[in-house]
Design a protein around this ligand. Structure first.
Ligand code: HPA
Length: 252
């Protein structure tokens, strides 16, 4: 079974059938909402709305540990995270879909590890390649199968939010090598690694990042929803195709 974590614009996966909900508790508290089980492309999946079903949780208040722990308990085969981002790299404008391959973490004060506290062992996980190569490939091939374009590889910069960045912050992030900017990729990806869950993200670019392109002077928040609505449907189709393809044997 695969897990799908839906971000802004994807609080509900309306293409799911035979839906059943389950409230889960974890040693880290409660996940963002009930886990929704259902069938997608004829396969069982579990869906979780990252910001809660009513989009009530801001990025810095999400209980990432509870979310990932619940998915670990369910022994999911992999996690597909859908998230909206701002585009920094010139070719990543609004409406682009991106499967990032690297992360830079600018967040602070988030509960970002399972390995803390008196009882927890001291563990360092390898995070050189923060995303699962297999899951990334699954998403990229699914996009191709849908006749859609998803950009293969980008560095996801995770900022603290909930405010958007200043133009100077985006300049700095660009100098650091950041290509897209979002607020929820971390610690989600790191916790998935700690939980030994295969994890990849499909990012929906909803705006030019601050100071870039059409956001030169300001980010027009009213425009974001429209781009999101138009693009999220493509993302859902790609996720569906990925789930459909996931249980096909790899060609020899
Ligand atoms: N910055 C941070 N997070 C975002 C943005 C942005 O410009 N757009 C969507 N999520």
């Amino acid at each position: 079974m695969y897990a799908i974590i839906g971000g802004s614009g994807l609080a509900r996966l309306s293409v799911l059938t035979q839906v059943r909900r389950e409230v889960m508790r974890t040693p880290y508290g409660e996940p963002s909402g009930a886990l929704t089980f259902g069938a997608l492309a004829g396969r069982e999946v579990v869906f979780l709305a990252r910001h809660g079903y009513g989009h009530t949780l801001p990025p810095h208040e999400i209980n990432y540990r509870a979310n990932l722990w619940a998915l670990k308990e369910l022994q999911v085969r992999g996690v597909i995270a859908v998230a909206s981002v701002g585009g920094i790299r010139a070719d990543l404008g609004p409406g682009s879909l991106v499967v990032p391959d690297q992360i830079i973490d600018y967040t602070h004060g988030r509960r970002h590890t399972f390995f803390s506290g008196a009882d927890a062992p001291v563990v360092h996980v390898d995070f050189t390649q923060p995303y699962s190569a297999r899951m990334r490939k699954l998403l990229l091939q699914a996009a191709q199968a849908c006749g859609d374009a998803a950009v293969d590889g980008a560095t996801y910069a995770c900022t603290q939010g909930p405010r958007l960045e200043t133009a100077a912050e985006i300049e700095r992030i660009a100098r650091d090598g950041g290509d897209v900017v979002g607020m929820t990729g971390m610690p989600e990806a790191a916790l998935a690694r700690e939980a030994q869950l295969e994890y990849a993200a499909l990012c929906v670019v909803v705006n030019h990042a601050a100071g870039r392109g059409s956001s030169k002077d300001e980010i027009k928040l009213a425009d974001l929803d429209e781009v999101l609505k138009a693009t999220i449907e493509r993302a859902v189709r790609i996720v569906e195709a990925a789930v459909r393809a996931s249980s096909q044997p790899e060609p020899a």
